[in-house]
Design a protein around this ligand. Structure first.
Ligand code: BDR
Ligand code: CA
Length: 328
């Protein structure tokens, strides 16, 4: 099939980040130009090993370069989520180390280079704290205008957070980087925790049906997500959450987005209680007041998605059967 999408996937590879990589690596017509890793769920060394292992499991060894990125947020001490995904980020699976290796170039340098080599061509799908993107932007602010689209899994629109009552994990871990990116003029689509909980939570009979798929990729998917599933069930979410994979699925199939709007998104960096909160200004006509400068929209924010289409796409990836998507 002809290549229709050229992607860079930026990932703190654990749990659903792995599922997203499988979408990118296996979906027909997609060329993953680079996987860039960043600390987040777990330390960056482990994220990098997990990304390399996923490339191997997808049968793409030697075809997709993996670049190790930032090992800490810009200003804050590192906060991680091994309590969700296991110490290895892979459901405490004890996988052997990957046989393939990461590239020598730093992820932020790779992003700058690749974007400049193909201006207007690449889409970046960001699944972790936005540190690599912020550093890449500081190295070369012109990249913001050369990226076709930046898909950001992060924040939350008028909904609860996950790591705190108000903040979603990726923005909480490195709020300064999120702010730099959201103020940098990138063509952003934001997919928040709200959308992921409402339209990408797979449980009940749907999850049972996925468990019945007997392929190596499906078994790998269930294994790496098993800790996160147990964590969710203990914390009131009845299934596997797919924040990262629903984001890449929207990039591959934009019709997955049922409703969205262009809004101003501000990332909270001053308050400790609301650190990393994403304030999305959904007012139809924001008033100009002394307290509001009237800054214009900086992101397309997804508000509703098509769960059934996402589920069909996930099933196709796990089955390795994309026939239902071949003609449209
Ligand atoms: C985000 O945090 C990570 O644990 C997930 O992979 C996702 O990117 C959700 O808050
Ligand atoms: Ca992630």
């Amino acid at each position: 099939m002809e290549t229709s999408k050229r992607l860079i996937i930026d990932t703190d590879t654990a749990g659903d980040d792995v599922t997203s990589l499988l979408f990118g690596l296996l979906w027909p017509g997609v060329r993953v130009e680079a996987i860039t890793t960043v600390m987040g769920n777990i330390p960056v060394e482990q994220c990098t090993a997990n990304a390399l292992l996923t490339v191997e499991r997808a049968g793409r060894s030697g075809q997709v370069p993996v670049y190790r990125g930032c090992d800490r947020p810009l200003l804050r001490p590192l906060v991680q989520a091994a309590y969700v995904h296991g110490a290895d980020g892979m459901g405490d699976s004890g996988f052997p180390p990957p046989a393939i290796q990461a590239e020598a170039e730093h992820a932020a340098n790779a992003i700058v280079r690749l974007v400049n080599e193909s201006p207007g061509e690449l889409e970046i799908v960001a699944h972790g704290p936005l540190t690599n993107l912020a550093v890449a932007y500081m190295l070369d602010p012109s990249i913001a205008g050369k990226i076709k689209r930046l898909w950001v899994m992060g924040g939350s629109c008028h909904f609860r957070g996950n790591i705190t009552p108000t903040a979603e994990f990726n923005f909480y871990v490195d709020p300064e980087s999120a702010r730099i990116v959201f103020e940098g003029g990138f063509p952003i689509t934001m997919v928040g925790w709200d959308v992921c909980c409402r339209y990408a939570l797979v449980g009940g009979n749907d999850l049972e049906a996925l468990k019945a798929i007997d392929t190596p990729i499906a078994r790998f998917y269930h294994q790496v997500n098993r800790k996160a599933l147990a964590f969710n069930l203990a914390n009131g979410l009845e299934g596997v959450t797919h924040p990262d994979s629903v984001t890449i699925a929207m990039c591959l199939r934009p019709e997955l987005i049922v409703r969205s709007g262009r809004y101003r998104v501000e990332i909270e960096c001053q308050s400790e209680a609301n650190r990393g909160f994403s304030a999305v200004d959904t007012r139809p006509a924001p008033e100009n007041t002394p307290a509001w400068t009237g800054a214009g929209p900086n992101a397309e924010v997804v508000l509703e998605a098509d769960y059934r289409l996402f589920y069909r796409m996930l099933t196709a990836v796990l089955q390795g059967d994309f026939g239902a998507f071949s003609n449209n």
